[in-house]
Design a protein around this ligand. Structure first.
Ligand code: HSE
Length: 480
């Protein structure tokens, strides 16, 4: 096997950068034996060299990014500084030199992916981004290569380690949200700005990248309905547990089922809160024409990130701590679960080094050039408004324990055609406010919102009521 030394520049010497340095040093011989490649770190670009003096005493530390990127001995540029401004400028600079870039930067790619990919193609080079989603799990590789023969119908994932650590601790230790967040930060999982994690935005950025590949449609962060974990209360974790569920922050991308009269008609009649199921071919064809007139496809997507009640028997319910898991439903494969460490130094560094090898071997550049699945080569996704979603719901109301309250609540739900599945209320002193928990059968989100508004305006209810979605294992995708 011909052997080759590859010069690289590392932009960023923080947590993940140090992990990359460690793998390249410790596994130098293994990588050489397996790939014929050795990686020489020619520059490590950091903002404050004093901070890195001990750790990288033997490394070429610099603050001069331009010099590092422009160095003719540097073949591949690894961007690990995060953020969108400086990282974007440095990546552009590398690309304009025709140098491939390896990055973990989901924020940047979720916002400017199509533009940067176009630029990279123009300069006959490539961007590799395995480390941007799912930490060490090779999900980008799976979606772009291993599952290429599948029409993907849905992707349901736990893709934010910090939120999963928080929810796991709240569930297992009975901690408050604030304490669980503090512990997650101490453990080093959270982003520099933890609001990116807890607001659900980090998960949405990852979903934008994953859904773009899975559905070959350009998804950007703003296409995604996002709710974070910052409002989750221990009471809801406990009630969910009693009902047989755990609360997880899920990132979900799914195709509206083809030929599903209900959803398709719902999407055409976007202002209607209660679309009636379509039953005839005639009405389907009028729906098709109206969708075409709107410039929409027959397979629009629902894209959402939110805390979700997941049944305890669901495999995702078992995913705890900083682990991530992504369920993918392909028409040929059926259900596949990609599970592993979704955050942290070494798992993320593992993905970065995998990209370095693929780029140096030429496999990533070839796929990048040939495959028409990246956001520069696809059309914007046809995204359905969340109001059209069909879901089951968990509602927690604070209701005054007086005669007639339940009748008023069920009347509000019934008016919007929402059918109850379970009701839970504890005994309390008459006249006091007590939590009442209701789960519903499948209902329309728009209708649910309308009913909640009506419920929260009742004199006997203390607003705001809590409303969370329930997901049942989508067995209908890909067969059981
Ligand atoms: N803050 C992210 C997480 C790190 O918690 O998942 C990996 O993207």
């Amino acid at each position: 096997m011909p052997e080759r030394a590859v010069g690289i520049a590392l932009l960023g010497g923080g947590v993940v950068g140090s992990g990359v340095i460690k793998i390249l040093a410790d596994q130098r011989e293994l990588l050489r034996r397996r790939t014929g490649l050795t990686f020489d770190i020619r520059h490590v670009v950091v903002r404050d060299p004093k901070k890195h003096a001990e750790l990288h005493a033997s490394l070429p530390i610099t603050t001069d990014a331009a010099k590092a990127i422009d160095d003719p001995k540097v073949e591949i540029v690894v961007e690990l500084i995060g953020g969108t401004t400086t990282a974007g400028e440095w990546i552009e600079r590398a690309i304009k030199h025709g140098k491939p870039v390896v990055t973990a930067n989901k924020s940047l790619l979720a916002a400017r992916g199509a533009e940067l990919f176009t630029l990279a193609k123009k300069h006959n080079t490539a961007i590799a981004f395995e480390a941007s989603c799912g930490g060490g799990i090779p999900i980008i590789d799976a979606l772009s290569k291993g599952l290429i023969a599948n029409r993907i119908d849905a992707l349901v994932g736990i893709v934010n380690g910090t939120c999963n650590v928080i929810l796991t601790r709240m569930t297992r230790n009975g901690w408050s949200y604030a304490k669980a967040l503090e512990e997650a930060q101490k453990a080093g999982f959270a982003e520099a700005d933890p609001s990116l994690d807890v607001s659900g935005r980090d998960a949405a950025q990852k979903l934008a990248l994953l859904a773009s590949l899975a559905f070959n449609a350009r998804v950007v962060e703003s296409d995604i309905h996002v709710e974070g974990v910052d409002k989750i209360q221990p009471a809801d974790i406990n009630f969910a547990g009693e009902l047989g569920y755990v609360i997880k922050l899920l990132a979900i991308a799914e195709r509206a089922p083809q030929g599903s009269g209900f959803r398709v008609q719902g999407s055409a009649a976007r202002n209607s809160l209660n679309p009636e199921p379509s039953s005839s071919l005639t009405s389907m064809s009028s729906v098709v024409s109206s969708l075409r007139a709107e410039g929409r496809t027959l397979n629009p997507l629902y894209l959402r990130v939110h805390p979700t009640l997941v049944h305890k028997d669901d495999v995702l319910a078992e995913v705890s701590g900083s682990f991530n898991a992504i369920s993918v439903y392909g028409h040929a494969l059926g259900h596949a679960l990609f599970y592993g460490r979704g955050a942290g130094q070494m798992p993320t560094a593992s993905a970065v080094v995998a990209d370095l090898v693929s780029v140096a071997l030429g496999t990533t550049p070839l796929a990048f050039k040939q495959l028409q699945i990246f956001p520069d080569a696809t059309s914007p996704a046809d995204v359905l408004p969340i109001e059209e979603l069909q879901s089951r719901y968990y509602i927690r109301l604070m209701a005054r324990d007086v005669p007639g309250v339940m009748a008023e609540v069920t009347e509000a739900l019934g008016r919007d055609k929402i059918s109850l599945s379970a009701v839970l209320q504890r005994e309390s002193d008459e006249g006091q406010y007590v939590p009442v928990v209701i789960t519903t059968h499948m209902a329309n989100e728009g209708a649910m919102r309308q009913a909640l508004k009506a419920i929260d305006s009742l004199k006997t209810i203390q607003p705001p009521s809590v409303c969370l979605r329930i997901i049942d294992q989508p067995r209908e995708f890909g067969g059981g």
